[in-house]
Ligand binder design. Structure first.
Ligand code: TYD
Length: 211
């Protein structure tokens, strides 16, 4: 039976999501809470191998359905090998992207539709739903600037700005679909300002570990 706390972070490329994941992970561990932090696609050896295939710049001919199934396959392994066992032990699990990314990228931006993506992912996740999801909300133009200043883009990051606008709109749509679970976090300021919004939601949830 699930006793732990499952937290996910979502958002477009370059929104600063991974920085927030790391800040939250440090914050929780510093409170003495047993936490596991993972990223998608990846997180365990099988899933990291799948990640290499998905993100490889050579694979320009990958079909949208292949891509959706690879994300789901990577997720199935991570959920069964790490996330569910950790939650059953009462741990706090923080995941950098989860099923909402598939709804948005594969379902909406690639046009496969949310229903198809949900059907496949209900199998992959064993219907596990996060307790809380943070949508790290930054407009795609600013995100692109931040991103290009930092790294060499991978296959998905090379998509043009119109794709990133679609992704952004997609996250806004999903956030409206699940308003109880998904919290929209304004990421236009400094990382610490973004994190203080995250903390406001997290503090009441983690008091069960610290009280
Ligand atoms: P990554 O380099 O981890 O990007 P980020 O740091 O922004 O999370 O690459 C993940 C890419 O995979 C990103 O472009 C979003 C995409 N993605 C999907 O299309 N579907 C999914 O289900 C997931 C988890 C990620």
């Amino acid at each position: 039976m699930k006793k732990g706390l499952f937290i996910t972070f979502e958002g477009g490329d370059g929104a600063g999501k991974t920085t927030q994941v790391n800040l939250l992970s440090d914050y929780i561990v510093n409170k003495g809470i047993d936490a596991v932090t993972v990223r998608e696609p990846g997180g365990v050896p099988v899933s990291e191998k799948i990640r290499e295939i998905i993100l490889d710049n050579v694979n320009t001919d990958m079909h949208n359905i292949t891509e959706m199934l690879l994300y789901a396959a990577s997720r199935a392994q991570l959920v069964s090998q790490i996330i569910i066992p950790a939650l059953n032990e009462g741990k706090c699990v923080i995941c950098d992207r989860f099923v909402d990314s598939s709804y948005v990228y594969q379902g909406l931006a690639r046009g496969l539709g949310i229903d198809v993506v949900k059907t496949v992912n209900d199998i992959a996740t064993q219907r596990l739903i996060p307790d809380i999801t943070f949508f790290i909300d930054l407009d795609p133009e600013t995100a692109l600037k931040r991103r290009l200043a930092l790294t060499k883009p991978d296959r998905l990051e090379m998509e043009d700005i119109s794709f990133h606008r679609m992704v952004y709109q997609g996250f806004a749509t999903i956030a409206n679909m699940y308003p109880d679970r998904i919290k929209r976090i304004n990421a236009s300021g400094k990382a610490e300002e973004t994190f203080s919004q995250v903390k406001e939601y997290i503090d009441p949830l983690i008091c069960r570990y610290t009280d």
